[in-house]
Design a protein around this ligand. Structure first.
Ligand SMILES: Cc1ncc(COP(=O)(O)O)c(C=O)c1O
Length: 442
């Protein structure tokens, strides 16, 4: 589809920003790694560094902004990438953030988001968290009718500017990945639309401060049709509710998939906005505040990881194993549910140059003390890979280091941001020290 004309039809006032390739190439990552090695950046990071392309983030954020109405609040999911310097950049680009714990809320505050740009979700908010959120004035979405009743009680004793919404589960079904599909029957997320339609309508009429509807059906693995069906079902309810209640906030959640292989071509922001505009036109009208909560589709392709090959060990099954310094501690999903998740892997020599020799099969193992700690058990890599090389793990900017596991108490690696393919580097986060680890366990 033609991205320019679609964007124009939603009403963005400025010309759309240029569209970039879906993913960084191995050559681009090798170029950045070579520069980082030449400039001594890796001397301070240890054996593993996370790289994050800030130029790409900026252009992705601009594409997001131009796709949806200028009045929309794009609240990026902090859980997908909580790096403070990246959150600050998101804030500076005029976006907001979605938080799902007190810790994420604190990160949002420290990153300087205005309270009106913060949305607090989570299925298990405590009384103290709700009270704090109401006092601050951040928006919050109740995950259940029980939570809504708590909010109603707490609101009696707190003066609050918070926009309160209720999360609805349209039960439109499972996507390609079961563990990230949340619009299923008896999901722990949201109020069942089919079972509680009347109760929801009553709550919306009774509580004049309940002005929002929230829906999020899953992350990765949801098809374009499933996303539109789920949101469409809740939108139809929204129109019904608007006949008797003053609901004017509609939060479509996140869930736009990212590309992890050259053959993946997920729906892009402006194409998605156009499809939503056709199915749910009222969401684009000036009297509705449209909220989005994307994470993966923004961050995944901006980040990648370089980890030094410590050993190449040959076994008598003919499949050598590369031991690197990151595994199930950073790539939890890949290690524990290998059939559901994928990361392309490349290899660079010690100067950062991409190895391109003929390929053979390898295993790539992490450093942790358990038998499932593999990034891949069957991956084709250049046969001349050696100790001291770097394994590059592609598309690692979302739900990787944000899910860090402290098992074996390994040091959380440095995160190195760069612009213009490494023309400028900056540390976004330094490597965890051994004292930090002692402090964690003390
Ligand atoms: C409520 C909510 N909103 C937004 C997101 C972000 O989803 P994604 O990163 O797939 O866009 C999630 C992810 O789990 C979520 O639970």
């Amino acid at each position: 589809m033609n991205q320019t004309s679609q964007t124009a039809s939603i009403g963005a006032s400025e010309p759309p920003p240029p569209v970039h390739a879906e993913r960084l190439t191995a050559y681009e990552m090798s170029e950045v790694l070579s520069r980082a090695l030449r400039e001594g950046i890796l001397a301070q990071t240890g054996e593993t560094a996370v790289f994050y392309d800030l130029t790409r983030l900026d252009s992705t954020l601009a594409l997001l902004k131009s796709a949806f109405p200028q009045t929309a609040l794009n609240a990026l999911a902090v859980k997908s990438n909580p790096t403070i310097e990246i959150l600050k950049r998101i804030r500076s680009a005029g976006h907001g953030c979605e938080v799902a714990s007190s810790g994420e809320l604190r990160l949002a505050e420290v990153a300087g988001f205005p309270v009106g740009a913060i949305v607090f979700d989570s299925p298990a908010k405590t009384n103290a968290e709700i009270e704090h959120a109401l006092k601050m004035g951040v928006a919050l979405n109740a995950n259940s009718l029980s939570e809504l009743r708590r909010i109603a009680t707490l609101r009696n004793s707190v003066v609050s500017q918070s926009r309160v919404g209720i999360r609805i589960n349209p039960e439109t079904g499972i996507g390609a990945i079961e563990t990230t599909s949340v619009a299923v029957r008896h999901s722990k997320f949201g109020v069942s639309l089919s079972a509680c339609r009347e109760a929801l309508l009553r709550a919306l009429s009774e509580y004049e401060w309940l002005i929002g509807i929230h829906v999020h059906i899953g992350s990765q693995g949801m098809s374009r049709e499933q996303l539109l069906d789920g949101i469409g079902a809740v939108y139809d309810f929204f129109l019904q509710a608007r006949a008797t209640a003053a609901v004017n906030v509609f939060n479509i959640g996140g869930g736009l998939p990212a590309s992890y292989r050259d053959t993946d071509h997920p729906i892009r922001f402006n194409e998605y906005a156009c499809a939503l505009h056709s199915r749910c036109p009222e969401l684009f009208s000036s009297d509705v505040l449209l909220v989005t909560e994307f994470g993966r589709a923004v961050h995944a392709s901006c980040g990648w990881v370089a980890s030094k090959v410590e050993y190449v060990v040959e076994y008598d099954d003919g499949i050598p194993t590369l031991f690197i310094h990151v595994g199930a501690d950073m790539f939890l999903r890949k290690a524990y549910r290998p059939a559901d998740w994928h990361h392309d892997i490349s290899v660079c020599d010690p100067s950062g140059r991409l190895r391109t020799a003929q390929k053979r099969t390898f295993r790539v193992a992490g450093p942790l003390c358990f038998a499932g700690d593999y990034l891949d058990q069957n991956v084709s890599l250049p046969q001349d890979v050696q100790e001291g090389d770097y394994v590059i793990i592609h598309d690692a900017g979302a739900y990787t280091f944000s899910m860090w596991s402290v098992y074996n108490s390994r040091q959380f690696p440095a995160i190195v941001g760069y612009e213009e393919l490494g023309a400028r580097f900056q540390y976004l986060r330094k490597r965890q020290t051994l004292d930090d680890i002692v402090a964690f366990w003390s």
